[in-house]
Design a protein around this ligand. Structure first.
Ligand SMILES: CC(C)(COP(=O)(O)OP(=O)(O)OC[C@H]1O[C@@H](n2cnc3c(N)ncnc32)[C@H](O)[C@@H]1OP(=O)(O)O)[C@@H](O)C(=O)NCCC(=O)NCCS
Length: 196
């Protein structure tokens, strides 16, 4: 009887260990970059995937994108999700610490399980801890509004937009969005018109 109990406990212990290790969010390392690019290529699909994978490589190499926050979702040591926040400048407000969220991807096998939202919210918490003021995004309003992004701001994108409602901001420090008005200047890697 005791043997069966210990055998069962052992199986449960191993199973718990596996489950516990299944999904994990952490900051990415330089050695993760190739896997992150592969993930974006898969998640965005043809033909956009290759363009985004290249963009990701460019952002990591771009000094003007720094400080940069890149988080990944790992599933059993495989990278299945990534979000990048890169630094940007707001014209006329050199003391405002602002970031743009781009890109974000969860590999197709793990989509619609809440990981995209967890990456966004974990990133926002980390940026807040680092005293960031504002985060901007150009994306699906229905999705990003769930994390508090809105069009209630006066920050102009670098190019005229086809869908202005997709240009959203979120303040991490109350009051910053009322004060910060003007054109934003993103990192060089993100400044090409094709991304807007
Ligand atoms: C967009 C993306 C990051 C969302 O990540 P996710 O982990 O699947 O999303 P979550 O589980 O956090 O949230 C799920 C919600 O996102 C939206 N969503 C997710 N995938 C979607 C898709 N393919 N089409 C439309 N809406 C989608 C839906 O509103 C969904 O809610 P629902 O399941 O109740 O309908 C992911 O689908 C992805 O990587 N897509 C390809 C790359 C991409 O488009 N990136 C966005 C750049 S702005």
């Amino acid at each position: 009887m005791l043997k069966i109990y210990f055998a069962r406990s052992g199986v449960l212990f191993v199973a718990y260990g596996l489950i516990k290790n299944i999904m994990n969010i952490r900051e990415s390392r330089n050695t993760d970059i190739n896997a992150i690019q592969d993930l974006h290529e898969e998640a965005f699909g043809e033909p956009e995937g290759k363009v985004i994978a290249q963009l990701v490589g460019d952002i990591f190499e771009d000094e003007t994108a720094k400080p940069l926050l890149s988080l990944i979702v790992e599933a059993n040591d495989e990278i299945v999700g990534n979000i990048i926040f890169s630094s940007l400048n707001v014209e006329g407000h050199p003391n405002v610490s602002a970031y743009i969220l781009a890109p974000l991807a969860i590999c197709s096998q793990y989509q619609r399980q809440g990981w995209g939202m967890k990456l966004i919210n974990t990133g926002l918490e980390k940026l807040k801890d680092n005293d960031a003021d504002i985060v901007l995004v150009l994306g699906d309003p229905n999705y990003y509004q769930r994390s508090g992004f809105s069009t209630g701001h006066h920050l102009q994108p670098p190019y005229p937009l086809e869908y202005p409602d997709a240009w959203m901001a979120l303040e991490l420090k109350p009051g910053t969005l009322i004060k910060a008005k003007g054109m934003v200047h993103c990192a060089s890697a993100l400044s090409s018109a094709e991304y807007w």
